[in-house]
Design a protein around this ligand. Sequence first.
Ligand code: ZN
Length: 178
Amino acid sequence: MPKRSCTFNNELQNEYPFLKKVFNQVDRVKCSCGSEFSVSHGGRADIKDHLKSSRHKNNLLVSAGSSKLTSYFKSSEPHNKELLLAAKEATSLTTLKDIKIVPVIIRYFQPEFGIKVKFLEFKSVPGETAEILTNHIMTVLKEHNLDKKVIGFCGDNCNTNFGGVKRGGNNNVFARMN
Ligand SMILES: [Zn+2]
């Protein structure tokens, strides 16, 4: 009896929306990183192998500049690198359209799983003053009951986040969050 081979079914499609079935093939998929592979041997295991492969990771880094932001959000288990790339793209999007989008990303540690990175919120805000940003971040943290658990804040080099060259003053996100 021939061994039954795996196909790319609806369940897998829902789980990995960034994979597209290759036309007229039941077991071949094209990944958002640009590579094509077969899932006939192990189904989900084939996909996980691919996601771990250096081919996938390197291609993603290369294509990050041009691929769509949305493709990073649908995966149920996004890689840290993908999240960082998405955040980076969000920053560049803001300069394009004059819409201020603030990605709030949390990094946390779980003894069983190690360090995890997750998107908490991804919304536009009415401006980019320290006050608006601080209020927004604190609201998001409170919504998730995390406001008392934060041990660090990381933002880009903009003065609004940490103050000017001397890192002084109180009108910046870091000082306001304290
Ligand atoms: Zn890939």
